[in-house]
Ligand binder design. Structure first.
Ligand SMILES: Cc1ncc(COP(=O)(O)O)c(C=O)c1O
Length: 203
């Protein structure tokens, strides 16, 4: 599943609050392999259970029994653990799982406002490029595509007009080029833009 990882302060790990094993001493690789060691209190199971439930019980006042769980799509306990593991692996602040790469892309693009500007490479996943070219205008979004092989094209395009979102891929589809994410982040940060790195292709 594609993961959107929001970079920032590191996720505060849940295993610190569990009382089993030697949680504090385990390497992060081990903790991630064990899904942050969120041991099931009832059974001692080392991996989180699977929750097929879509909806959750409410009382006679229609209040949720557990306010933390209202619907399976966004709060499935198994997905939440997977999001935390992925955020931890990425050194991100949080993770969100989507059922497809395009749905993750749409969630990000739908967070923009009319008038916002997106900068993206000319060579990228054709499906998203087509969506951007066809639909940006009718959503009131400005789009600039740059030639990724031209030196300084990225920086020049981002600086030309106020950019809200710099969309990059790594590895790129279809070239599998790996970009310098740190350099792209510097360009985005310098322009006050948010950098997105779409890594759907290797997933
Ligand atoms: C870079 C990139 N982004 C997005 C997608 C779309 O992913 P999905 O087919 O899961 O919607 C793809 C699919 O190949 C991709 O390569």
């Amino acid at each position: 599943m594609p993961c959107l990882s929001l970079r920032g302060t590191r996720f505060s790990a849940a295993w610190e609050t569990t009382s089993y094993g030697q949680q504090g001493k385990l390497a992060s690789e081990t903790l991630n392999a064990q899904a942050l060691r969120q041991i099931d209190a009832q059974t001692g199971g080392l991996t989180p259970g699977i929750f097929p439930s879509t909806t959750y019980v409410r009382d006679s006042d229609y209040e949720l029994i557990d306010p933390g769980h209202s619907y399976g799509r966004d709060e499935n306990p198994g997905f939440v653990v997977a999001e935390k593991v992925l955020a931890e692996l990425e050194g991100g602040e949080a993770g969100l799982l989507f059922s497809s790469g395009m749905s993750a892309a749409m969630a990000i693009i739908q967070s923009l406002k009319p008038g916002d500007r997106i900068v993206a490479p000319r060579i990228m996943y054709w499906g998203l490029r087509k969506w951007l070219v066809v639909f940006c205008e009718q959503w009131g979004l400005a789009l600039d595509l740059f030639d990724p092989s031209a030196p300084d094209a990225l920086a020049r395009t981002v600086e030309q007009a106020k950019t809200r979102l710099l969309w990059m891929e790594s590895p790129c589809n279809p070239t599998w080029d790996v970009i310098d994410i740190s350099a792209a982040a510097d360009v985005a940060q310098g322009a006050g833009a948010t950098l997105v790195v779409d890594s759907t292709i290797p997933t």
